[in-house]
Ligand binder design. Structure first.
Ligand code: PMP
Length: 425
């Protein structure tokens, strides 16, 4: 048996958690196992997971199919270097990704985390123009409220204000930002919505290698949903001004918004696409950057002749095997109906929160439900209440949001939402 208090104390002594202080460490809840949508804590309590471990565990935990895929692959080969060698699991995965992602994404570069997939995407874009002999296109244009990861390149295209990285501003490459898209998936789009973006492209296109954005849902920068028409217009403007488009679908990919990829809401293809998180059903750390033949051939016909990147754990076979099983599991399931059903339930269950004095907005898209409070939530205060009631939800700032595993039952989803509402009320 685990000694819950000992784990908490030992954790504080040696472990540094995300965005946390070691001078003033908080109690983190030790989880000792997880099954389906339930996390089991070391003290025996169970929590319904409202977070899918940050968008990733779409099939829930301890899934027999994913376990089997992992075990099979473990007995064959858990890792092998990817330079000069290849393996069936990576080949299958890359072919599948090319097939299921929007058109014109033909080549896949595998990486080990979302942030690195973004770094690779940025390098691809920069190297593409250099290879064409154009050395002025060295900037990226990104949207305010965007979030793309915590490594230096990725940080440099996050919103400097909401992106949590302003401390490093002086050490980061300087890129360009345009106004955030106006909120509302169903918003009636007008050209005024995109005036600032258009202006930036008109002014700076000769220095811009690529636009980078999160299609339809801006996640960590505010859980903001925006119109597919806005995204479609950006695609058209990128073509008009000869700028590449990078879509960061690390959070939105694999069904979360109701489409397999959020770009499909706008019927567009980016030139470069970043995937991560749910790619392995949250079992292993793996990410991918896809690009068009135009981009790949452009890069490789340049002076360097190769893409300058190669992480040690690139194409890890265990991660690829689980990704293959996870994607098959998703595509063989009626996932569209499942996500549509979750969307309906979230809409009706969360809507009453709009009447609360402390709630500013409620919004739902696919299997994502967001309650925006009028004031920032006190995490130290609210988290124990969630845990006490048997749910796992992790707010940030004014946002209390859930994106449960797709396998959640109606009853568990109902419990999750009603408990959440009673606590925030
Ligand atoms: N892009 C987006 C849109 C994300 O949501 C995240 C993770 N929150 C990242 C990039 C970075 O991914 P990772 O944390 O795996 O590095």
């Amino acid at each position: 048996m685990f000694d819950n208090q000992q784990l908490i104390n030992d954790d504080k002594e040696a472990v540094w958690h995300p965005y946390s202080s070691t001078n003033n460490p908080i109690d983190n809840y030790p989880v000792v196992s997880a099954d389906g949508v339930r996390l089991t804590l070391a003290d025996g309590r169970q929590l319904i997971d409202g977070m899918s471990s940050w968008w990733s565990t779409i099939h829930g935990y301890n899934h027999p199919v994913l376990n089997e895929a992992a075990q099979q692959q473990l007995s064959k080969m858990s890792h092998v270097m990817f330079g000069g060698l290849t393996h069936p699991q990576a080949i299958t995965l890359c072919k599948t990704l090319v097939k299921i992602t929007p058109a014109n994404l033909d080549k896949v570069f595998l990486a080990d985390s979302g942030s690195v997939a973004v770094e690779v995407a940025m390098k691809m874009a920069l190297q593409y123009w250099l290879s064409q002999g154009i050395n002025t296109k060295t900037k990226l244009l990104s949207l305010r409220n965007g979030y793309h990861g915590d490594t230096f390149g990725a940080m440099s295209v996050c919103d400097p204000v909401t992106g949590m990285h302003h401390l490093f501003e002086k050490s980061m490459p300087q890129h360009l930002f345009s106004e955030a898209p106006p909120m509302g998936f169903d918003r009636h789009f007008t050209e005024a919505d995109i005036a600032d973006f258009t202006h930036q492209l008109q002014q700076h296109h000769s220095t811009i290698a690529a636009v980078i954005l999160e299609p339809i849902v801006q996640g960590a920068g505010g859980m903001r949903f925006y119109s597919p028409q806005y995204l479609a217009r950006i695609r058209a403007l990128c073509d008009e001004f000869n700028v590449l488009l990078i879509a960061d679908e690390i959070a939105t990919g694999f069904g979360r918004t109701g489409k397999l990829f959020a770009c499909e809401h706008a019927n567009i293809s980016p030139d470069i696409l970043c995937l991560g998180k749910a790619i392995t059903g949250g079992y292993m750390t793996l990410a991918a950057t896809l690009c068009s033949n135009r981009v790949a051939e452009g890069i490789c016909s340049g002076e360097a002749g190769v893409l300058m990147h190669g992480p040690t754990f690139m194409g890890n076979p265990l991660a690829c095997a689980i990704a293959n099983a996870s994607i098959d599991l998703l595509l063989d399931s009626p996932w569209q109906q499942t996500v549509a059903n979750i969307e309906q339930q979230l809409l009706s269950a969360l809507h009453p929160a709009l009447a609360y004095d402390n709630v500013e907005d409620v919004r739902v898209l696919g299997a994502i439900g967001v309650i925006e409070m009028k004031h920032a939530v006190n995490m130290a205060d609210i988290t124990p209440k969630f845990v006490e009631a048997g749910i796992w939800v992790r707010p940030f700032g004014k946002l209390v949001y859930i994106m449960p595993p797709f396998i959640i039952s109606d009853d568990d989803l109902h419990y999750l939402c009603s408990t959440l509402l009673s606590i925030i009320e």
